[in-house]
Design a protein around this ligand. Structure first.
Ligand code: ADP
Ligand code: MG
Length: 397
């Protein structure tokens, strides 16, 4: 990575303003999944241990530019305090003279959580005045919010024009190292597994990976837009008719590239995609009018698992089926388990995408692959070959 990191700056006695991604799910004022908070602990603990003053800022939910206390970062601060086993000062605001004074009164090793950035519409508008106000709260800026790095907002991009050095935290570095290394210098075979409901969200990923990866394994709902393009019967399976031409050109693009594009040999179908339905397996040339495909079939599972197990680099984005429903979770679980086996055999395996990460968690396998990205949208844009504004804005090393 060609950006300065938190290891390359003096933190002692400094007010270290850290953009974290504490956009965590809440239920009745309690954090129900603290993964994102736990992932940011190495950076926070480093600042504490170095005698810095740690000032954290984040967004949470969509308060739409208004102060709405159901989106307060209070519960996240409380969970952080439990994890750190130390007090976290909860600020009532994220900008202003009082907060600025409070940051200056902090002792070395203290931690403060600012209130939700998105209580101010200026945050998402990347307003320079707001960026400047934020910049007053720190002597050093650290971005550890990979999940927000694909957005040019005041706290991720604008602020770096007023507060330098702007460096990457450990989570940001870890994400960029894994995703970056996978794409830049992959050990081969390099396999990408792409699924999810729609092809539209993944077109640019497929486009960017053609010629880079050895094999793309397609699963999930998007497979049926490809089958439609090939003139196959897809019954009532999810399809994007306006993307059929595009699917066609991706198939052609793959044929003239070094990348093999593989579609599932069979599907698990039902009359409806709901729990408790009777499912059947159909070869993909034998789907019927009333079939809705909810998962890849057992032959595809076996084939995909075998290809993944032989890979040395695997990037996975998008579930193979409607894994939220037990009847249609087989394909996704088979792929997840194959990734675990590949990891054991020495492969670098990276999971991106919010739902894919949720699937890994559901199967209890999230610690058994090389890396599960905390940023769904950001990891997708990275795989599309796009520059992330929050990363570009950091100080070069
Ligand atoms: P990610 O968040 O990992 O990038 P996506 O958001 O693209 O993944 O897609 C996830 C969703 O795709 C899941 O909610 C899953 O139920 C849905 N899905 C997968 N296969 C199918 C299918 N055959 N039909 C309809 N929806 C599907
Ligand atoms: Mg998703």
């Amino acid at each position: 990575m060609n950006k300065k990191t938190i290891d390359q700056v003096e933190l002692k006695g400094k007010r270290v303003l850290v953009r974290v991604d504490f956009n965590v799910p809440l239920d009745e004022g309690k954090v129900t999944d603290d993964t994102r908070i736990r992932e940011s602990l190495p950076t926070i603990q480093k600042i504490i241990a170095s005698g810095g003053k740690c000032i954290l800022m984040s967004h949470l939910g969509r308060p739409k530019g208004k102060r709405a206390m159901e989106f307060s970062l209070g519960p996240a601060a409380q969970r952080l305090a439990e994890l750190l086993k130390q007090q976290v000062i909860m600020a009532t605001e994220c900008v202003g003279a009082d907060i600025e004074k409070a940051t200056k009164r902090m002792d070395a090793g203290q931690v403060m959580m600012l209130e939700n950035l998105r209580f101010h519409p200026e945050e998402e508008k990347n307003d320079p005045g707001f960026s400047q106000q934020l910049a007053k709260l720190g002597d050093i800026y650290v971005n550890d919010a990979f999940g927000s790095a694909h957005r040019a907002h005041a706290s991720t991009e604008g602020i770096t024009k007023f507060l330098k050095p702007a460096v990457a935290g450990y989570l940001m570095k870890k994400e960029l190292d894994y995703l970056g290394r996978a794409l830049a210098e992959p050990a081969r075979p390099f396999v990408a597994v792409l699924g999810g409901s729609k092809i539209s969200g993944k077109i640019d990923v497929i486009g960017n990976l053609l010629g880079k990866v050895d094999t793309i394994l397609i699963g999930g709902g998007m497979a049926y837009t490809f089958f439609k393009a090939m003139g196959e019967e897809i019954g009532n399976s999810i399809v994007e008719l306006e993307k059929v031409d595009l699917a066609h050109s991706l198939i052609k693009g793959a044929a003239s590239s070094s990348t093999k594009l593989v579609l599932p040999a069979d599907s698990r179908v039902a009359e409806e995609l709901k729990a408790g339905v009777k499912t059947e397996v159909r070869s993909n040339r034998a789907l019927r009018e009333n079939d809705t495909a909810g998962d890849i079939g057992p032959e595809a599972e076996g084939n995909y698992a075998q290809i993944i197990r032989k890979a040395k680099t695997v990037v996975w984005n998008g579930p193979m089926g409607v894994f939220e429903i037990g009847e249609f979770a087989h394909g996704t679980q088979a792929v997840a388990e194959a990734l675990v086996e590949a990891t054991r055999a020495g492969a670098v395996t990276v999971v991106g995408g919010g739902d894919s990460a949720a699937a890994m968690k559901k199967f209890g396998l999230e610690d058994k692959v090389s890396h599960v990205s905390t940023g769904g949208g950001a990891s997708l844009e990275f795989l599309e070959g796009k520059q992330l504004p929050g990363v570009v804005a950091l100080t070069d090393s």
